[in-house]
Design a protein around this ligand. Structure first.
Ligand code: NAP
Length: 288
C-alpha cells in the first residue's frame, strides 16, 4: 500500500508514522503484541517509527522501546532502508510512589552517553533522527543542545530534532544545531492546541512539525466532547473519528507529521489510512 509521503529534512517518509511508546511503557500488552503491531504498521506501508531511550517501564529493563524497534526491523522482510527511525534522549523513567514519572537529565555529557546507547540499542552506526526529548530546567537549554551537536559531529546521529519546545527554546536549538536541525516534535491534538504557535513557526522556518499524542494520548484526562465534531465528520465518511483527527492535523500544513500510538495492530493500521482521507474545505472550517 502506498501511503501519503512528505519531506522531513532530507527524508521522504510517510506523513503518518507509528509512535512506539505504548508498546513498551507500563500497561503494554507484552513483547509479542508489540512486535506484531510494528510489523503490521510496516506491512501497511508505514515508513516512520518514533521511539525514545526512555520508552520502557520504570523499574524494569531500560531502552526496551528502542530494542523492540530494532528487533522488529531485523525480523521484517521488507525494505529496512526505507524506514526512518527517530529516537529521543534526555529523559529517564522512575516511580514516584505508585506514579510512573519521567525524570529529566539534560547534562551534555549524559546526552552524549544516552545517544551512544540509543545507537547501540537500535543497532545502527548512526541514528537517522535524534531529538532532545525535553528541557531539563537544571541545565541551560543551550548546553543540552551542545550534547546533541556533539553526537552529530561524532557521527552518532545524522539529523537532529527538538521536542516539547517553546519558540524561544527552538531559536536556541537553531543557533546551536544550524541546518542539521530538521524537526520539532510537540504535543498537538484537538485537546492540546497550545503549540499552535510552534506549528506555524516551523512552517515559516521550513522545519517538520511532528504532532505527539495526536489523538489526545491514552493516559491523560481531557474533555472528550472536543472530539464530537470529528465523530460527526467521521460518520459522514464511514471511517473512525481517529482518522479524521489525524487528517485534520495533516491539513494544518505540508510540514506536519503525525505519530499515533497503538497497543495493537488494528488501531495503527486504521490510523495509517488517515493520509488518504480528504476533508473538504467546509469540513476543515467546521473542525476549526
Ligand atoms: N516527545 C514527547 O515528549 C512525547 C510524549 C508522548 C508521546 N510521544 C509520542 O507520541 C506517540 C503517540 O502518543 P500516545 O501513544 O500517547 O497517544 P495517541 O497517539 O494520541 O493515542 C494513542 C491511543 O489512541 C488509540 N488509537 C490510535 N489509533 C486509533 C484508531 N485508529 N482507532 C481507535 N483508537 C486508536 C490507541 O488505542 P489502542 O490502545 O486500542 O491501540 C491508543 O490507546 C507516542 O507513541 C510517542 O512516540 C512523544
Amino acid at each position: 500500500m502506498s501511503l501519503l509521503q512528505r519531506t522531513l529534512g532530507p527524508f521522504t517518509t510517510t506523513a503518518v508514522g507509528e509512535g512506539e511508546m505504548p508498546l513498551t511503557i507500563e500497561n503494554n500488552r507484552g513483547h509479542d503484541v508489540g512486535l506484531r503491531t510494528i510489523h503490521a504498521a510496516l506491512d501497511a506501508g508505514c515508513r516512520h517509527l518514533d521511539t525514545a531511550w526512555a520508552y520502557y517501564t520504570p523499574g524494569e529493563e531500560e531502552q526496551t522501546g528502542e530494542k523492540l524497534v530494532r528487533e522488529a526491523l531485523d525480523t521484517w522482510d521488507g525494505p529496512r532502508d526505507e524506514v526512518l527511525v527517530a529516537t529521543k534522549v534526555g529523559l529517564r523513567r522512575a516511580w514516584d510512589g505508585d506514579k510512573p514519572v519521567w525524570p529529566r537529565d539534560g547534562k551534555p555529557e549524559h546526552i552524549i552517553a544516552y545517544g551512544k546507547q540509543s545507537a547501540q540499542a537500535l543497532g545502527v552506526d548512526a541514528i537517522d533522527l535524534l531529538y532532545l526529548h525535553r528541557h531539563d530546567p537544571e541545565v541551560p537549554y543551550e548546553e543540552s543542545c551542545e550534547g546533541i551537536k556533539a553526537l552529530l559531529d561524532q557521527g552518532v546521529a545524522r539529523w537532529a530534532g527538538v521536542s516539547n519546545v517553546t519558540i524561544e527554546q527552538l531559536d536556541i536549538a537553531r543557533r546551536v544545531l544550524g541546518d542539521r536541525l530538521v524537526a520539532v516534535q510537540n504535543q498537538y491534538s484537538p485537546v492540546h492546541l497550545e503549540t499552535q504557535d510552534t506549528l506555524e513557526y516551523c512552517a515559516k522556518l521550513g522545519l517538520a512539525f511532528v504532532c505527539w499524542s495526536p489523538l489526545g494520548g491514552y493516559r491523560h484526562p481531557y474533555d472528550d466532547s472536543k472530539f464530537d465534531p470529528f465523530r460527526k465528520v467521521a460518520a459522514d465518511h464511514g471511517v473512525s473519528y481517529q482518522q479524521v483527527v489525524l487528517a485534520w492535523e495533516l491539513a494544518k500544513g505540508d510540514h506536519v507529521f503525525v505519530i499515533p500510538g497503538a497497543h495493537r495492530p488494528e488501531t495503527i493500521v486504521d490510523s495509517l489510512q488517515a493520509g488518504e482521507l480528504e476533508l473538504s474545505d467546509e469540513e476543515l472550517t467546521y473542525l476549526g
